[in-house]
Ligand binder design. Structure first.
Ligand SMILES: [Zn+2]
Length: 168
């Protein structure tokens, strides 16, 4: 059984709270998230997806021949590029559904690393995309919210059907 919450679980619609200090509990939680993300497998995970309303996300992608793998505590986007791009997105909480979503191409963002150090960074490509998607989770937002209600309902109904058929 997966520990990942699936839509329409109401926890996925709640706003997560900032981490006050990065204690052992937070480190343990982030390690658990990395394991669940890798097992899924997924390229990103937000704490609310496993029922923890804390502003923690993990990312694990391959870009420009590099494995980009890290944990972000209290991530915050500082600026978005004007240029937008369309990329296909999926979500472990909306299993087996995909859609083209338009988002800003580049972001400037900051976060705390596991040592509590503030890191400021720029990202583009998949890294930018995953971080935007995961930060949305911290605000109770899902990628299907960018779709028309018609398209959104089709995808969500498909998830219900998979659930009913025991395929999840
Ligand atoms: Zn997601």
């Amino acid at each position: 059984m997966s520990e990942i919450l699936i839509t329409p679980n109401p926890i996925l619609r709640k706003k997560s709270l900032p981490v006050k200090e990065i204690s052992n509990n937070e480190i343990t939680l982030s390690k658990k998230m990395i394991k669940i993300m890798n097992d899924a497998p997924g390229i990103g995970l937000a704490a609310p997806q496993i029922g923890e309303l804390k502003r923690i996300i993990t990312i694990n992608i391959y870009q420009n021949e590099k494995n980009i793998k890290y944990t972000l505590f209290n991530p915050e986007i500082l600026s978005f590029s004007e240029n937008k791009v369309i990329m296909e997105e999926g979500c472990l909480s909306i299993p087996k559904q995909f859609a083209d979503i338009e988002r800003p191409e580049k972001i400037q963002f900051k976060y705390l690393n596991e040592k509590g150090k503030i890191i400021e960074k720029n990202a583009t490509g998949n890294e930018s995309r995953v971080i935007q998607h995961e930060i949305d989770h911290l605000n109770g937002k899902l990628f299907v919210d960018y779709l028309s209600s018609l398209k959104r309902n089709i995808l969500l109904k498909k998830v219900n059907k998979l659930k009913k058929n025991g395929e999840l």
